[in-house]
Write a protein that binds this ligand. Structure first.
Ligand SMILES: [Zn+2]
Ligand SMILES: [Zn+2]
Length: 225
């Protein structure tokens, strides 16, 4: 498999996920600002070389990546974080409620046992409380705490050429007692995501949804009331 990427909007690309890196990788996205770049999720860690080559194929040098923004602790999203932190020296960012599972490599909470793999523990440099706003370069990234799938699930929100782009990742769930999922919190989080009226939704396993209607329809399909 050669280096590949999928453009999302100006300065945003999908760089990992099924068809781009390892089959069990959730999607990972690259956002470039004028003076830095951020990677959203890391894949499971089995195809990190290819992930970094895919990033370079966008024209963004990996040295520009200053932050790895993790959406939650699951291995398909965070398993590659330790190696990426070692190789790029970027800061690992995750919500405080999922940070211990990442830092300890907890097999159950990271779903590593479910995947039949082991999670490489990774220090978390910045523990989010939820609803932060990061000013980066010529733009910004907003954090939205969306507990439910896991207690510390977050979505990231940025703007590209007038489009509100939402990185929701596991918007679809699933909910599982092993993940400490919370059904009621999940439903509230779906409503919070709907209220954002994003133009583009970058999902972890369902690809890229474009247009406010499409995005809203996708999110609504998981609402039970
Ligand atoms: Zn997950
Ligand atoms: Zn996932």
């Amino acid at each position: 498999m050669g280096p590949r990427n999928r453009p999302v909007k100006d300065n945003i690309w999908q760089v990992a996920g099924s068809g781009l890196t390892a089959a069990e990788d959730a999607a990972a996205y690259l956002v470039a600002f004028d003076d830095m770049a951020a990677l959203i999720d890391s894949g499971c860690g089995r195809a990190t070389d290819l992930l970094l080559t895919n990033i370079e194929s966008t024209g963004v040098a990996v040295e520009r990546i200053q932050m790895l923004l993790l959406t939650h602790c699951h291995i398909d999203h965070a398993g590659g974080a330790a190696e990426i932190r070692d190789r790029l020296g970027c800061a690992i960012v995750a919500h405080a409620l999922d940070a211990d599972a990442i830092a300890s490599g907890d097999e159950r909470l990271t779903a590593a046992d479910w995947y039949g793999r082991s999670m490489v523990p990774c220090p978390v440099d910045w523990r989010l409380e939820g609803d932060e706003h990061m000013a980066v370069g010529d733009g910004g990234i907003r954090v939205v705490h969306i507990p439910g799938h896991t207690p510390g699930s977050v979505a990231y929100l940025t703007e590209s050429a007038g489009n509100l782009v939402l990185f929701g990742q596991d918007v679809h769930g699933p909910l599982d007692p092993g993940f400490n999922s919370d059904r009621r919190a999940y439903q509230e989080s779906l409503r919070r995501l709907l209220d954002l009226r994003a133009d583009v939704l970058c999902e972890g396993h369902y690809g890229i949804l474009s247009g406010q209607e499409q995005v809203a329809k996708f999110i609504r399909s998981f609402l039970t009331s």
